[in-house]
Design a protein around this ligand. Sequence first.
Ligand code: GLY
Length: 409
Amino acid sequence: MKLLFASVLICLASCQNLSKNKNSTVDSKVTAKLSSFDLNKEIKNCEAQLNQAVPKLTDLSKHPRLIETNETEWKEISNGRLVWTSGFYPGILWYMYDLTKEEKWKAEAIKRTEVFEDFKTINEHHDIGFMMFPAYGNGYIFGDKKEYKDILLTSAESLASRFNPKVGTIRSWSNKMHPRWQQHITIIDNMLNLELLFWAAKNGGSKEFYDIAVKHAETTMENHFRPDYTSWHVIEYDSITGKVLNRHTKQGYADDSRWSRGQAWGIYGYTMVYRETGDKKFLEFAEKLTDKYLELLPEDYIPHWDFDVPNLENEERDASAAAIVASCLLELSTLVEDKMNQERYYNAAMRMMESLSSEQYSGVGKTDSFLVHSTGAKSLGHEIDVALIYADYYYIEALDRLQKMAHSK
Ligand code: GLY
């Protein structure tokens, strides 16, 4: 497929500044094509969207979760202990602060972060990583909020308490909330929570956090993927023997179909695990997952919500999966050594960013969100063709990564 982008050659950044990991040792330079994507314009667009949305979001006990199809304003839901999306809104505000260095975004981010400190003890599910790291982790890293350290370390301890050494993974969900499964359930999304453990192990927490994260990634690599490098969503393990009992889905079209956001979590997860460990087997795996995902994409690089749903052409897209993958491919492009792959992953990411920022997928002029056309859980009958807060989160993370790449050029 031909590249759509203008062929201006630029040198891109070392990944030292790209990842949140300030200790990263990988320092590769890549040369790649710059797309017609206008980064500064897009940062301004997102800031304008936030300026429009933030004054309406006044209830500190809630967070914006979605904008329904054909509506314009965020639907807010409670910052509940069971609500996995609670941390993305403060996370977005921290990224906007990092992008602009405007104090007003820092003040807003602090206000929205510090309301759920007590979530650090969540041990009833695995989502504590998704909830605490975008909020407190970004605050620690970008806002210099050193006082968040203990909160993050306690959060890591809560997450680690769900690790079952007999299985070799963290237990994602409780069986009470997901009665289809009776034993130890691990979902592919769980890969993202490992970042909290890696961070904690490097920042004064137990070294065991590192070992748990690595073991989880290894076990998942072994059991969670088909021979074609696509991911199942849910694996049920025997809690005592660690044997795989079944492979199912919750949010995909069918148990054996390929749920696009699941693949996105896998790509992001293994890219991050390689950044944190330097173990080449994780890099090679991230590349295999990526190559398969790219092969399955439609022309505009925004996947349908599941790759195997019948009548695919008529099905909804999931811009959230595209934003997740765009962000992590920017990082992957700085981690791979081969120059051709550096360019290939960078160009693929830019193609996704170009589509996401286009009239078709941008919320500008339509809604209070950065992006539209995401699908949360069509198989469960909700969040179909909507704006989603986590789509916006990974999109602004990608903008932040691009800005860092441009600055260290
Ligand atoms: N982690 C939940 C989801 O991707 O919908």
